[in-house]
Design a protein around this ligand. Structure first.
Ligand SMILES: [Zn+2]
Ligand SMILES: [Zn+2]
Length: 178
């Protein structure tokens, strides 16, 4: 009979001579350890799956909003844009600010036209510095852009979990492509 070729133990990585076909571990101990590792891995996958299944629409919106906002910040950084409201440089710490507030305007929550980078002062302390925000949107994009945005802001929109997951994936992809 032909001697089996030596191979590397999948557990301890040492070379051994298999005594049966498809043998992955060098010894009984390594076989047990390998099996435990496999089970632990499977459990980890299962746990992640269960966690995902328990996630609510609200959970997904939070995740997708974080991804979307990150995209907006990186987009504006790449364009070297200043704060949308006060036109000062953004610096290292800045926010993605909705013009039409996300909680009251679901239709524009994930709309790139409605979200621009703002300095922390404008976004947080001046609650968006909306008067300046409006002026700048009109100046840079025009009055018809602003009118369209206004019309779209008052359209009712409801998201499903699947839609929000898709948005999250889309913006993850867009971040990579920047
Ligand atoms: Zn081994
Ligand atoms: Zn500002």
């Amino acid at each position: 009979m032909k001697q089996p070729k030596p191979k590397k133990c999948k557990n301890c990585k040492q070379t051994f001579k298999p005594f049966r076909p498809l043998q992955a571990a060098c010894s009984f101990e390594c076989a047990i350890e390998l099996n435990n590792k496999k089970k632990a891995k499977e459990w980890k996958v299962e746990k992640a799956k269960r966690k995902r299944e328990l996630m609510t629409l609200q959970d997904w919106i939070k995740i997708a909003q974080a991804t979307f906002n990150k995209y907006i910040r990186l987009r504006d950084k790449a364009l070297n844009n200043p704060c949308m409201s006060c036109r000062r440089p953004l610096g290292d710490k800045y926010d993605a600010g909705h013009f039409f507030n996300a909680n009251n305007h679901w239709n524009l929550r994930f709309d790139e036209r409605n979200v621009h980078s703002q300095c922390v002062h404008c976004n947080r302390h001046l609650h968006g510095n909306l008067l300046e925000y409006r002026k700048q949107l009109e100046f840079y994009f025009g009055i018809s852009f602003l009118n369209d945005l206004e019309n779209d802001a008052h359209v009712t929109r409801k998201f499903t979990i699947e839609e929000v997951q898709e948005i999250n994936e889309l913006y993850k992809k867009k971040i990579k492509e920047l």
